[in-house]
Design a protein around this ligand. Sequence first.
Ligand code: EPU
Length: 441
Amino acid sequence: MSSVLTIRGGVPLTGRVTVRGAKNLVPKAMVAALLGNEPSVLRNVPEIKDVEVVTSLLQLHGVTVEKDPISGDLTLDPTNAKTASHTAIDAHAGDSRIPILLCGPLIHAIGEAFIPDLGGCKIGDRPIDYHLNVLRQFGAVVEKRPGGIHISAPGGLKGAKISLPYPSVGATEQVLLSATRAEGITELSGAATEPEVVDLIAVLQKMGAIISVQTDRTIRIEGVPDLGGYNHRALSDRNESASWASAALVTRGDIFVEGATQRDMMTFLNTYRKVGGGMDIGDDGIRFYHKGGKLNPLVLETDVHPGFMTDWQQPLIVALTQSEGVSIVHETVYENRFGFTEALIRMGANIQVHRECLGSVPCRFGQRNFLHSAVISGPAQLTGTDIDVPDLRGGFSHLIAALAANGTSRVTGIDIINRGYERFTEKLAGLGADFDITSTE
Ligand code: EPU
């Protein structure tokens, strides 16, 4: 069964939404619990698909995962961790990218790991070469087996001096989760320093790890033989917050995002202000609103933290279709994150995508066949259409375009949006959106 949204556009979204723990931290903190020798408690946990997938994978490996029926807090007890059947693990093939992060913790807990073929959004090739190279540098043996990858470490994982070719979030987390209980010292250069990475370091420090982050993207980890549990409140999802902020601009609305945190969103907030968006920053959240006048065009490049996040780019582009003039967006993190613009063009947006680097610094994708720069001219009147959701952020962007458009849109594939936006249809209804959901076989 899949759901179809029929959206009647033109209604400004107004009201309040609550954003909980970050999709890009919570499942990883759950994986970290496997490194402990006692239970951990994770708070501020959203109800999203990756949490379900990781819960199931941990349970298959003997970890008890209990959810508090009122708060939703998770208690994760790894004390009876065990090997799981490959067939049971394989049932999760294609569900998520998180399973690759189970490698280090599983090797420490039970001596080996079997990882199903990965899923995640189709926003480029999304290889795992950095992850496998990192694991090999810790002394792991990686073998391709039918349906997945088997990883073992006959002599245990040993600290290593590692340098990443690009500050990959996932590969940095792979190093953190493998190194904290490895023998000796690990020095990682070229590390990602996204707030979600720093929050994972906070979780590991609570468990007893010794990790220092230097200003030059170097992380040093002194391995310890044992870790305890943690009690942690996950940082808030700044990508969901930024998505609702763009939704307010696109629909000429006014949304208070409870849980949005200024500290983790400073680069986004600067850009939002330059576009002409209104904001009131409070202690418990941020109010984002359309000020009623014209929106400004922008020249923007996505980058690793502290740059403008790639995950903020897609919803903001919908707002830029409404700006007065020409905007340029250079995507430097993923080679293929503009596929979603095809539906926006069908809705009436003026967007061209180019192979050239239209930015101040040539990126890894220049002089290659990747359409990774976009030129957007506005303002354009959007008209409703039929849309099949391509990926998480692209799908949310289509939704907000449909909510702003003249006429009716029929949106299929919306289950992908549940991967990162907790109860998004309830939130849309609360903001006054005019839509129906129907189920199809
Ligand atoms: N890369 C490789 N080889 C690897 C790993 C990454 O070439 O082994 C490349 C990727 O193809 C990409 C770049 O390195 O071009 C950066 O990828 P990164 O590893 O940083 O991304 P990730 O860890 O797979 C996380 C988030 C993404 C977010 C990126 C960048 C999770 C579960 N996902 O992905 O979130 O865009 O970091 O910040 O944490 C989303 O939320 O919609 C989303 C896609």
